[in-house]
Design a protein around this ligand. Structure first.
Ligand SMILES: O=C(O)CCC(=O)C(=O)O
Ligand SMILES: [Fe+2]
Length: 223
């Protein structure tokens, strides 16, 4: 994660768990008329393998250990923030090539369905382009500088002209990919319209969870 941008645990998800998840996703995409769907939080994925994984002590321990070694800090006792993203159809494209920093220090990415031909929807990243900011305000400045049309278009052009060479991660279902989501500019490439690309994300440890400014900005006072 520090050197090449990401770490990978290979062949650690059972094929039966993957097939059950694929069926769940295929039904959800069909119900959405073949278009983009996302599930945020744990309620909507209850009873699936993604719930099992989020509650797995070994998986949490792996993230806590990575956190401790990578940051030198004590890992917080917090649940994952989980998202299941299913890109499909024309709307999937709108969710591609959006470069961002995650709000959480570690991102564990579980590819569930990945196209193997055409535009596959690889993960593109510029690893470790910032440190963990001490204040939410400084983090917000980074986000504003990145989440705007000028920067987004500039990044896409610099990449397509070859001036910026992002790390491209071709993901394989069965593996789990770890990276410093908070510290790394990243986005996924689009995939072909007639294909589905589904990834489950497990985000761990928001450094600004207790920030008062974050509470005000989101309209929810921090506890
Ligand atoms: O689906 C992916 O490959 C990455 C998604 C991502 O970066 C995110 O949801 O924060
Ligand atoms: Fe992300």
């Amino acid at each position: 994660m520090n050197r090449q941008g990401f770490g990978v645990a290979t062949d650690c998800i059972h094929p039966d768990d993957l097939s059950a998840l694929r069926r769940f996703i295929e039904q959800a995409v069909a119900a959405a008329g073949g278009e983009y769907v996302a599930f945020t939080g744990h309620d909507s994925i209850r009873g699936t393998f993604l719930e099992t994984l989020a509650l797995s002590p070994e998986f949490m321990q792996a993230c806590r250990t990575i956190y401790r070694h990578g940051t030198g800090r004590t890992p917080p006792t917090v649940p994952f923030y989980q998202v299941l993203r299913c890109l499909s159809g024309k709307t999937g494209e709108r969710h591609a090539f959006f470069f961002h920093y995650d709000s959480y220090v570690i991102t564990a990415l579980v590819p569930v369905i990945m196209p193997t031909e055409g535009k596959r929807g690889d993960l593109m990243m510029l690893p470790n382009t910032r440190r963990i900011r001490t204040t939410y305000f400084r983090n917000l400045v980074d986000k504003i500088l990145l989440d705007n049309k000028v920067t987004q278009v500039a990044l896409r052009r610099l990449i397509s002209w070859g001036y910026l060479r992002p790390t491209r991660v071709r993901m394989r279902p069965g593996n789990v990919y770890f990276f410093w989501g908070y510290r790394s500019v990243h986005a996924n490439e689009p995939c072909d319209h007639d294909k589905t690309r589904a990834t489950a994300l497990f985000h761990y440890a928001n450094p600004h969870a207790g920030s008062r400014l974050r509470g005000v900005a989101r309209g929810t006072p921090a506890p």
